[in-house]
Design a protein around this ligand. Structure first.
Ligand code: CUA
Length: 153
């Protein structure tokens, strides 16, 4: 008899817990802090700023440049970027198809690019050199080929 009560109690707790998680995830829109903006992943090319991938100088913002990346199976656009030393850059990235990673070797930039979400990270490049951007989410047969190069000069 007590077992039945405890079983009911246990299942009740599980249901409550799952609904709290579900409500916060889907209804309140809880997402990782790096992907606050949502876009239509089928219209990436027509959506600002992804209609113009690459490096853009900006005025009147806390950062000097915006570096826009569009990932798609199995490449990044742009594949190569040159940055001036000391530039404060806001990296803005998304994916056109499946989930890709965006890890910049040798820095603390490591983002997950999800379809329909915009991932952003602002950083200052204060060391010269070449930084390799790689995909760290398995995305298919060409996963290991996905890379981009950022050159700081
Ligand atoms: Cu893209 Cu792995």
């Amino acid at each position: 008899k007590f077992e039945k009560i405890w079983l009911t109690f246990g299942i009740g707790c599980l249901v409550i817990f799952l609904s709290v998680v579900g409500v916060s995830a889907f209804y309140l829109g809880n997402k990782p802090a790096s992907c606050l903006t949502t876009i239509n992943s089928e219209k990436v090319d027509q959506t600002k700023p992804f209609d113009k991938p690459g490096l853009h100088k900006v005025e009147g913002k806390e950062w000097d440049y915006e570096l826009v990346f569009v990932a798609s199976t199995f490449s990044y656009n742009p594949a190569q970027v040159k940055l001036p030393l000391g530039a404060k850059v806001k990296v803005i990235a998304t994916t056109k198809d499946v989930i890709h990673g965006f890890e910049m070797a040798g820095t603390n930039i490591n983002m997950m690019l999800e379809p329909g979400y915009v991932s952003e990270y602002t950083t200052t490049f204060d060391k010269t050199g070449e930084y390799l951007v790689v995909c760290n989410e398995y995305c298919g047969s060409g996963h290991h080929l996905m890379s981009a190069k950022i050159e700081v000069v």
